[in-house]
Ligand binder design. Structure first.
Ligand SMILES: Nc1nc2c(ncn2[C@@H]2O[C@H](COP(=O)(O)OP(=O)(O)OP(=O)(O)O)[C@@H](O)[C@H]2O)c(=O)[nH]1
Ligand SMILES: [Mg+2]
Length: 282
């Protein structure tokens, strides 16, 4: 990355409110003290959050399909694009879909990382159900046909899994990623109960529950899912895994060395955190 862009990112001046009309730019003091925006988005049945980092190429192949799918459902929906570091035309691309019948909100977040972006989306909404998916729609959108009835019937957390009997994985990760994810799973195993896949980018929740639970969550990077799921289980709620047909597209933002090291550090921090909090709340 060139020096000029890096310094702009470091001082978090990527967004201004004129460029991002719906941006929520209040600075959080920390993620443990989640910012509730004074300007909450209108209530709908379901908000689909899409954290994005330099997704100008993948977004045009996914966002219109997601919007068309949601427009034809009996429940009301909105899509929330959360960008906290893109240096390409991601925001402009997202804005070009703002005339769709399904509302598209674009939210900024001065704290970096996928986790920070998802938490910003959760904390600034007022929908009944909320969830997130990746910009490449690696999990087919119509998986929501399974998820929504489960949420409506009272399941508090429904997450996609690539490792159940009926799951299919169409794009095999590289050998390095496969080894890395084996090690990762070993460390995650004792943090969550009975979950085969904490890293599938397709997770949906009862919004009120998850808004409360994230108040204690601090991980801002790719490992945020583990902390979130562990926290939900520590609060005494069940997380249901469902099989997905996973088909990841080119253009991953995951950097094996940098993000891998951060993930390892975050997992160690989570082990310390959950070892010292043995109480189950509800
Ligand atoms: N807002 C925001 N979104 C991010 C950030 N990092 C990743 N994302 C988004 O998170 C989603 C998943 O990222 P991917 O790059 O597909 O990574 P992955 O799915 O974990 O890994 P792969 O299996 O390699 O695809 C995409 O929509 C990314 O744009 C970030 O720092 N901020
Ligand atoms: Mg991906």
């Amino acid at each position: 990355m060139n020096k000029h862009i890096r310094s702009a990112l470091d001082t978090q001046t990527v967004f201004d409110t004129a460029a991002v009309p719906d941006a929520v730019l209040r600075e959080p003091t920390s993620l443990g003290n989640v910012v509730i925006s004074p300007k909450k988005r209108p209530a709908v049945d379901l908000e689909v959050l899409m954290p994005v980092l330099n997704e100008e190429k993948r977004l045009p192949n996914s966002l219109p399909h997601l919007l068309d799918y949601l427009a034809n459902k009996p429940w009301s929906s909105a899509v929330v694009i959360i960008d906290n570091g893109s240096v390409d035309r991601t925001v402009e691309v997202a804005q070009s879909y703002s005339t769709h019948t399904v509302p598209v909100h674009i939210v900024g977040c001065s704290l970096r990382g996928k986790g920070a972006a998802v938490y910003r989306g959760i904390s600034t909404g007022s929908s009944r159900f909320v969830g997130f998916m990746d910009a490449d729609l690696a999990t087919p959108i119509d998986t929501l046909d399974t998820v929504m009835p489960m949420l409506q019937e009272g399941t508090k957390a429904v997450i996609g899994s690539r490792y159940l009997k009926d799951s299919t994985v169409l794009t095999k990760p590289s050998i390095v990623r496969r080894i890395g994810s084996r090690g990762y799973k070993l460390f995650v195993g004792s943090l969550v109960t009975n979950l085969k896949d904490t890293q599938c980018g397709f997770k949906f929740f009862d919004a009120e529950l998850v808004r409360n639970v994230i108040a204690d969550c601090e991980i801002t990077g790719f490992t945020f899912d583990v902390e979130l799921l562990a926290a939900i289980q520590h609060h005494g709620y069940q997380v249901e895994e469902i099989p997905v047909a996973w088909n990841s597209r080119d253009g991953s933002t995951f950097r094996i060395i940098e993000d891998g090291l951060v993930a390892a550090r975050d997992l160690l921090a989570l082990h310390r955190k959950f070892r010292s909090s043995k109480t189950t709340l509800q």
